[in-house]
Design a protein around this ligand. Structure first.
Ligand code: IMP
Length: 438
């Protein structure tokens, strides 16, 4: 029999903002390692610990426990200036004892990436993607074009200077063509040189660290950012981010073999939200969507933008479960729906007069998709202190059972509020004890 590893991947199953940070933090009890595997500071993970709210953008959610090793893997693009700022905010909030490691193969987000993100977005007019303007797309573009700067290159001053000089020369041609001001090599070089000594002790080959931890039977959480529908390959292209949040991307994004990922937990919001532009079949705008936005505090953690709101779309989550491979799902923000008379779940779409259960690749078809709904009765009783599935009102149980049936993956956890103790376990997620277990 092949070896069983003690690992879970935590993946957003919709368009991000499903509450992954809270669930990672919840599962990180007695955990040994948390690995963030893609994206950068475009993410916003909001975590409440003892009524205090913390916001993480690029730092893994295990940062609050000094026993946990936090890894920023090679699949990420990392803005070191923003990272230091994030760390200094945490320090002001009393979080100053932690273990944080940056992959030497991760790419650096440079100031010109942020400027390019802004320029490309503005040039798209009404077709803009609605990016977070953190330079994520242009940084991944440079990685694919093989001109990006990795942290290991940053440590080698001569090499860093050489690549940076070339890049700035080329980027200035682009800035000029858009009628923008050119940027100065000296300014950026000096700025980055200054921060090198603040981060160099964190830069290591994280692939070896993660591999060895798993081989030693340690408990490892893989933490994704965004959601599967924002995946560059399997999302609603082109209104997506520039990396793959799927579980299936982890081996490449971390540098470990496929068989080391034991379970994959899809984080599923009890309704749908989206920030940025792009199709959204179950979106609606009325008093009920305003209610959900207000109760669920559906405003972007990174940008503050009001999120678009829609009914639960089982087609999307089924798609995410298939391309990512979910063994279990967690339903989050169920409490937000308390008080509504009727709830809807989209189970298929009508596209070009035909019914389909699948998410189309064509943006035109997706824009025109008309959801086919099942309607269920809501519940009035406050569920935010409920401690077990059995205690839930009958209609909440029926709603969850309908989600499970239409998505086709078992629900292993429920979240009924932002605090850790507002989480209900239905199935155990880890098989055995890790190093940090007493
Ligand atoms: P980018 O990742 O900044 O390039 O933005 C691309 C798309 O992904 C935009 O629609 C963003 O709103 C969306 N996006 C990026 N990060 C997040 C996130 O953490 N939550 C939700 N949407 C996100």
């Amino acid at each position: 029999m092949s070896k069983k590893y003690n690992s879970i991947s935590i993946v957003g199953s919709q368009w991000g903002d499903e509450g992954k940070g809270k669930i990672t933090n919840y599962l990180s009890k007695n955990i040994d390692m948390v690995v963030r595997y893609q994206g950068g500071n475009n993410a916003g993970h909001s975590i409440v610990i003892k009524e205090k709210r913390y916001t993480l953008h690029s730092i893994p959610s295990g940062i609050f426990d000094p026993n946990i090793r936090n890894i920023m893997s090679n699949g990420m693009v990392i803005n070191p200036i923003a990272l230091l700022k994030e760390l200094s905010i945490l320090k002001k909030q009393g979080i100053d004892k932690y273990q944080l490691f940056i992959s030497d193969r991760a790419h650096i987000v440079m100031p010109y990436h942020i400027l390019l993100d802004e320029i490309y977005e503005n040039s798209k007019g009404k077709d803009k993607i609605g990016t977070t303007k953190k330079g994520i797309g242009p940084a991944y573009t440079d990685k694919s074009s093989r001109i990006g700067i990795r942290f290991v290159d940053f440590l080698d001053d001569e090499l860093f200077k050489k690549i940076l000089k070339n890049n700035i020369k080329n980027k200035n041609k682009i800035f000029k063509s858009y009628g923008e001001m050119e940027i100065s090599f000296n300014k950026i070089y000096n700025q980055y040189k200054k921060i090198r000594n603040e981060i160099e002790h964190m830069i290591v080959d994280t692939s070896i660290m993660v591999y060895e931890a798993l081989e030693n039977g340690e408990k490892v959480l893989f933490e994704g950012a965004q959601g599967v529908l924002l995946c560059l390959d399997h999302g609603t292209f082109p209104f997506v981010t520039s990396s793959s949040p799927t579980s299936s991307s982890i081996p490449v994004n971390v540098g470990i073999p496929i068989h080391m990922i034991n379970k994959s937990l899809g984080i599923v919001k009890a309704y749908s939200t989206r920030v940025g532009t792009g199709g959204f079949p179950t979106e609606f705008n009325n008093k009920i969507s305003d209610f959900i936005r207000n109760v669920g505090n559906e405003y972007g953690t990174t940008t503050g933008r009001p999120r678009r709101v829609g009914w639960f779309d089982a087609c999307l989550v089924r798609h995410a479960a298939r391309v990512s491979g979910f063994t279990d799902i967690t339903i989050t923000l169920l409490d937000v729906l308390t008080g509504l008379d009727t709830l809807k779940i989209a189970t298929s779409y009508i596209i070009n007069n035909k019914e389909t259960k699948y998410v189309p690749a064509s943006r035109k078809d997706f824009n025109e998709a008309k959801p086919v709904y099942v309607e269920l009765k809501g519940w009035k009783k406050d569920i935010s202190n409920v401690k077990s599935f059995d205690e839930l009102p009958l209609n909440a149980k029926k709603y969850l059972k309908a989600i499970e049936k239409h998505v086709g993956v078992k629900i292993s956890q429920l979240s009924v509020g932002p605090e850790k103790n507002q989480t209900i376990d239905i199935n155990e997620m880890f098989n055995n004890k890790g190093k940090n277990d007493k």
